[in-house]
Design a protein around this ligand. Structure first.
Ligand code: AHG
Ligand code: MN
Ligand code: MN
Length: 343
């Protein structure tokens, strides 16, 4: 693989890995490179957010009924623009848009791939200088090339993902992605404007000591989840409990920390959100793919692998348990024991 002064850039890495897919003609590489470009543009905007009049509500309400921030709109537009410009993407499903996005241009309709994305994840953290992210998943289209993408292209199981990843706009900006051959992380060096390979072949610890959950919802959680949280808080030196509680409120940032350090993130069903809050297509599936590729696990808490769930709608929600394999198994044991009546 090409490298200069021991630095491997994202583009060099993507091109170097292309030979692992003997039938690939560079389309996926081009798509991933364009995502990298959009990430740099959003990074630039995130970093000047405190300096210019970009903070605050954009005055619109997205289809989830949540108020949209200006950066959500900015990120959405730039990722859509980059994907379209790549010529490899014929359709997009985004958190910020009710319906799938298709294109009139022949170039785009000749694209073999569709993308699902959460352009700005953790948007409640924008105004307070806390880490936010972008999540994406890439699938091969099912509909014939040369035509507009169809809804069925997007309702594929997570196991069909060709690639998935996230960008975290944190104390540094990173892109972490997988094409099903392990997980690699790239840190943006702003001085040269390049993502540089910094975390090669990430493996997540089998177990950990961090649990991440919005405990404000405690009384709305199923009994098994309440019992598991109490288990995390109990004193037991052998199992290194009590665990440490860490919750940022940006899935990308919470997952990224636990991926590297070992831990569990959970967003269970609650009395108000019976399917949890997080969205299957552009939050849970890509994160689950990364989790599994790093040696971790992702389920709905009821023994179902996230990647095996057949989506029925674009903005479908699902309870989400993800992280170190042993911790996810343990949480599921509690749910099985105390919530056997959950369907
Ligand atoms: P988004 O900003 O894309 O709407 O996502 C927010 C999500 C996710 O990032 C985070 O894990 C979760 O919402 C936090 O929800 P609570 O505030 O209910 O804990
Ligand atoms: Mn999100
Ligand atoms: Mn979002």
């Amino acid at each position: 693989m090409l490298s200069f002064n021991n630095v491997t850039t994202l583009n060099e890495f993507i091109i170097g890995r292309q030979s692992e897919f003997p039938y690939a003609k560079g389309e996926l590489s081009r798509l991933l490179s364009h995502i990298g470009i959009a990430a740099k543009i959003v990074h630039r905007e995130v970093n000047k957010a405190g300096l210019v009049d970009i903070l605050g509500e954009a005055g619109q309400v997205n289809i989830q009924g949540e108020s949209q921030k200006k950066l959500d709109v900015f990120a959405d537009e730039h990722f859509i623009g980059a994907l379209k410009a790549s010529g490899e993407c014929c359709g997009i499903a985004s958190e910020e848009n009710q319906d799938i996005i298709t294109f009139e241009e022949e170039l785009a309709n000749d694209g073999k791939y569709i993308v699902t994305m959460d352009p700005l994840d953790g948007s409640s953290n924008i105004d307070v200088n806390v880490s936010i992210g972008t999540i994406f998943a890439i699938y091969r289209r099912l509909s014939p090339v040369g035509h507009k993408a169809k809804i069925d292209d997007f309702l594929q199981k997570g196991t069909k993902q060709v690639a998935a990843g996230y960008v975290i706009y944190g104390s540094s900006t990173m892109m972490v992605y997988t094409t099903g051959r392990g997980v690699n992380g790239f840190t943006l060096d702003p001085s040269i404007g390049e993502f540089c390979l910094s975390h090669r072949d990430i493996t997540t610890p089998h177990s950990g000591t961090i649990y991440s959950v919005n405990e404000g919802n405690y009384f709305k959680f199923p009994e098994g989840v309440k019992k598991y949280i109490k288990y995390c808080q109990e004193n037991d030196t052998e199992t290194k409990r009590p665990y440490t509680s860490r919750y940022i409120g940006s899935l990308v940032a919470d997952f990224h920390r636990n991926l590297l350090k070992g831990g569990i993130f959970l967003y269970p069903s609650t009395a108000s959100y019976t399917d949890g809050k997080l969205r299957l297509l552009y939050e849970c599936n890509p994160i689950a793919f990364l989790a599994e590729q790093s040696g971790g696990k992702a389920t709905d808490g009821k023994g179902n692998r996230i990647l095996d769930i057949k989506p029925e709608s674009l903005h479908q929600r699902v309870p989400f348990y993800v992280g170190s394999r042993q911790m996810v198994n343990q949480a599921e044991e509690f749910i099985k024991k105390y919530d056997s009546n959950l369907d």
